[in-house]
Design a binder for this molecule. Structure first.
Ligand code: FAD
Length: 518
C-alpha cells in the first residue's frame, strides 16, 4: 500500500530517513517494520518561526517495496532529412525550441554567435582577469545562453506548473539531479550546468539537428512581409521560411537591426539597480534567526519587495553562497549579475536589488523610439564603466554609506574578481533611482533586521534584468505581427524572464512553427 501525505518536521528529521520513518510511524500509528520506504515528493523550508520547520509531501510504502522510476527522455526521431527550422540563439529558449522541433519531426538549424560551453570558459577568464570583453563570447553569449554560468535557479512565477515540470523532467533526463523535482526552490549551479547543456546539444545533433557556434546573424532577408533568409557575419546566406528568433535581452545589435529594417518592436518597461553582497552567515542569521545555520539547513536565500515612493523595489536573482560576475557584452560598459556553485558554498551571498522603471522614465532618449529604454540602460552601464576607471572594475559603495550619501573611504573584500572602485552611487544613477534605492534599503532593514550594514557592499549596475524591448507576435500563431515566418521567442523578445520560462517559450514557439509545416 502507498499513502501520500504532508508532514512538518525539524530540519534534522528531514535529512535522515530513519528518523523520518520513526516520526511517520508514531504520527500515523503505522508499525515501523511495515514501512519499507518513504519517498519525498516535495520539500520546502518554513523559516517564519524561530523553530524552523521543513514541510514535506511524502509517499509512504507500507508492506510494499519501492521501485525507483528512472526519468526517460522522449523518443526523438531522426530528422536529418526533415523540414528545416532556423533557430537563432542557443540559450534556454533556442535549445528547448530545437529539442522540441526534433521531437515533433522537424530539423533545427541552430545559429549561435558564441562558443560552445567549454571554449566559452577562456573568454570568461579573460573578462575576469584581463578585463577583456569578447562581444560574442561572455557571461551572456555562448552555448546555453545567459543561464549557463548562473546559479541555475529553476523556479518561475509562471502559472503553468505542468509545463514547468516537463522542463524540469527533461533537465533531469539530460543529467540534472532529480532533487530539482522535489525542492520548492530548485537550482542546479554553475559547475553542473555546462555538462547538461552539452548533453542537450549532443542529443540534437545525434538526431539530425545542426548547431553552428561562432555564427552571428547580422541581417534578415524579407520579401512581401515574409522571411526569406538570414545573413551571417561572414556574408553567407541561409535561405529559410521559418526563423525562431531567441537572441536574448542583451543582443542590442538585433534590436537595432529590427528597428533599422522597420520591423515593429516596442519599448518595454524593465528594472534596474545594484547588486548587493553580504556575508552568507549574516543572511543565514537574519533568515533563520539563529547564530549558526547548522548542518541541516541550506545557505539561506531571501526575497524582498517594497513600495518606495510609489515604485516597486525588489530583490532579483538572489544567489546564496555565490559570486558576483562581470556580465558586460561590449567593451566600454560594466554590468553585474551573480552565480553560485551547486553547493552554494561560497562565504558571500549576493542579490540584484532593482527599481521598477516605466516607459516615461526613458523620455530623455525618445529620439531612439522603441529603443529608448535600451539607450537608458546602456548609458548607465557606460557611465559606471567610466566612473570606475574604464576597465571591468565596477563602482561600489558600502551599503550604509550609500543610504547616507557618503563616499566609502575603503571597501571590504568582494567576490567580484575584476575589482571595485569607490564611487558614490548618486554619480552612477539618475536621481529617482538613487533616491528610491536609498529609501528602499532602509525599508528592507525593517523587514530583515541587520540587512542594512556597512559590511555589505553595493556593486553597480544590475541592469540586464529583463529585455528593454518587446518584439510583438500574434497571440495564437506566435508569428511576428508583421513578418510571416518569424517567431520572436524567449527573454529577448519579452516573453520570458529566467531559464524555465525561456525554455517553456522555446517549446511553444517550436510547436507553433512546426504546426505550420505539418
Ligand atoms: P539567452 O539565454 O540570453 O540566449 C540568447 C542566445 O542568443 C545567446 O547565447 C546569444 O549568444 C545568442 N545570440 C544573440 N544574438 C545573436 C545573433 N545575432 N546571432 C546568433 N546568436 C545570437 N535565470 C534563472 O532563471 N535562474 C538563474 O539563476 C539565473 N541566473 C543568471 C545569472 C547570470 C550571470 C545571468 C547573465 C543570467 C541569469 N539568469 C538566470 C537569466 C537567464 O539566464 C535568462 O533569463 C535566460 O538565459 C534567457 O534565455 P533566452 O534563451 O531567452 O536568452
Amino acid at each position: 500500500m502507498q499513502y501520500e501525505f504532508s508532514i512538518q518536521v525539524t530540519p534534522e528529521v528531514s535529512a535522515n530517513l530513519d528518523l523520518l520513518k520513526t516520526q511517520v510511524s508514531i504520527k500515523n500509528g503505522l508499525p515501523i517494520d511495515e514501512i519499507r520506504h518513504i519517498l519525498i515528493l516535495k520539500r520546502s523550508i518554513d523559516a517564519r518561526q524561530k523553530a524552523i520547520k521543513v514541510n514535506l509531501k511524502i509517499k509512504v510504502y507500507v508492506q510494499e517495496d519501492f521501485v525507483e522510476e528512472s526519468i526517460q527522455l522522449p523518443e526523438y526521431p531522426d530528422v536529418s532529412n526533415a523540414s528545416e527550422i532556423v533557430i537563432i540563439g542557443a540559450g534556454p529558449a533556442g535549445l528547448f525550441a530545437a529539442l522540441r522541433c526534433v521531437e515533433l519531426g522537424c530539423k533545427p538549424i541552430v545559429l549561435e554567435r558564441g562558443k560552445d560551453v567549454r571554449n566559452r570558459r577562456r573568454d570568461l577568464k579573460a573578462i575576469n582577469r584581463d578585463h577583456i570583453v569578447n562581444e560574442d563570447s561572455n557571461y551572456c553569449f555562448g552555448e546555453g545562453g545567459a543561464g549557463t554560468y548562473s546559479d541555475g535557479k529553476l523556479y518561475t512565477r509562471s502559472k503553468k506548473r505542468g509545463d514547468v515540470n516537463r522542463i524540469l523532467r527533461l533537465l533531469v533526463g539530460f543529467g540534472a539531479t532529480d532533487q530539482i523535482l522535489v525542492e520548492a526552490h530548485p537550482h542546479i549551479g554553475t559547475n553542473k550546468l555546462p555538462a547538461i547543456i552539452a548533453s542537450i546539444r549532443e542529443k540534437i545533433k545525434q538526431h539530425g539537428g545542426e548547431i553552428y557556434f561562432e555564427t552571428r546573424v547580422t541581417d534578415f532577408k524579407i520579401k512581401n512581409s515574409e522571411i526569406n533568409a538570414v545573413v551571417l557575419h561572414n556574408g553567407d546566406v541561409i535561405e529559410t521560411k521559418k526563423v525562431i528568433l531567441a537572441t536574448g535581452h542583451s543582443a542590442r545589435d538585433i534590436f537595432e537591426l529590427l528597428y533599422k529594417k522597420n520591423i515593429d518592436i516596442e519599448a518595454k518597461p524593465f528594472a534596474l539597480g545594484v547588486r548587493v553582497e553580504h556575508s552568507q552567515q549574516l543572511i543565514d542569521q537574519i533568515q533563520y534567526k539563529c547564530e549558526v545555520r547548522g548542518p541541516y539547513l541550506p545557505p539561506s536565500p531571501y526575497s524582498i519587495v517594497k513600495q518606495v515612493g510609489g515604485r516597486g523595489m525588489y530583490s532579483f536573482c538572489m544567489c546564496p553562497g555565490g559570486v558576483i560576475a562581470p556580465c558586460a557584452t561590449s567593451p566600454g560598459e560594466v554590468v553585474t549579475n551573480g552565480w553560485s556553485p551547486s553547493k552554494r558554498d561560497q562565504p558571500t551571498s549576493n542579490s540584484g536589488i532593482v527599481v521598477e522603471l516605466r516607459l516615461e522614465d526613458f523620455k530623455e532618449f525618445s529620439e531612439y523610439g522603441p529603443l529608448a529604454g535600451m539607450y537608458f540602460q546602456k548609458k548607465i552601464e557606460q557611465r559606471a564603466w567610466h566612473l570606475a576607471g574604464e576597465t571591468q572594475r565596477v563602482p561600489a559603495q558600502r551599503l550604509v554609506d550609500m543610504t547616507l550619501g557618503k563616499t566609502s573611504l575603503n571597501l571590504p573584500e568582494t567576490s567580484y574578481k575584476p575589482g571595485l572602485t569607490s564611487v558614490d552611487m548618486h554619480e552612477v544613477f539618475p536621481k529617482f533611482i538613487h533616491k528610491t534605492l536609498q529609501e528602499g534599503f532602509k525599508a528592507f532593514d525593517k523587514s530583515m533586521r541587520g540587512y542594512l550594514t556597512n559590511e555589505a557592499v553595493v556593486h553597480a549596475p544590475e541592469s540586464r534584468t529583463s529585455s528593454p524591448v518587446r518584439i510583438p507576435r500574434d497571440r495564437f500563431t506566435l508569428e511576428h505581427t508583421q513578418i510571416k515566418g518569424l517567431y520572436p521567442c524567449g527573454e529577448g523578445a519579452g516573453y520570458a524572464g529566467g531559464i524555465i520560462s525561456a525554455a517553456i517559450d522555446g517549446e511553444k514557439c517550436a510547436e507553433a512553427c512546426v504546426a505550420t509545416i505539418a
